[in-house]
Design a protein around this ligand. Structure first.
Ligand code: HEC
Length: 150
């Protein structure tokens, strides 16, 4: 590509990027996107632990890391993802989140500890430990959904 054309492109770039910035997700949309990430990694991990072989350890480790990464993104920006009033709208978040923030934080903590333990287990080739720690993560998902999701 000739230099002048590249220069023209660079000048145009901010204009091209603006519509993307305007389409930034709302807090409800962004937290739901992160929960979708949880779902995809959990589904992949389930397949790996149920296969009952250590052949896919590298994949397990990748998904366990992704789970921990999503968890950090979601919960470390709690106020951003769960602002007051965001139980209204196209959401299944329960009002209980804002009524019982301490309980919600405990439910978060449970998921984070379970995810951290899974990440450690995924570094071994102990399929029994994989399955046990996977079960603790899904228990933590269910526990929070029972109390804080409609
Ligand atoms: C501390 C509470 C909590 C934990 C832990 C939790 N969730 Fe959720 N989850 C929620 C809430 C609240 C919603 C509703 C979000 C909304 O609709 O705004 C939700 C929604 C979802 C959704 C629907 C997203 C959508 O597109 O509407 C999926 C899928 C999901 N969670 C999967 C998981 C999985 C898998 C785990 C475990 C790895 C998990 N969640 C752990 C609270 C939690």
């Amino acid at each position: 590509m000739p230099r002048s054309k590249i220069c023209r492109l660079l000048v145009l770039l901010p204009a091209l990027l603006t519509p993307i910035a305007l389409a930034a997700p709302t807090p409800i949309e962004s937290r739901q996107l992160l929960f979708q990430d949880f779902k995809h990694d959990i589904a992949a991990i389930k397949r790996i632990v149920n296969a009952n072989t250590t052949a896919h350890q590298a994949d397990l480790l990748r998904h366990a890391r992704a789970l921990a990464f999503t968890s950090a993104r979601l919960w470390e920006h709690l106020a951003e993802h769960f602002p007051t009033g965001s139980d209204q709208g196209d959401t299944k978040a329960g009002a209980q989140i804002w009524r019982d923030p301490v309980g919600f934080l405990k439910a978060i903590d449970r998921e984070r500890s379970a995810t951290a333990a899974l990440l450690i287990a995924a570094q071994s080739v102990d399929v029994v430990a994989w399955r046990r720690s996977y079960g603790k993560v899904t228990d933590a998902c269910k526990h929070c959904h029972q109390h804080y999701k409609r």
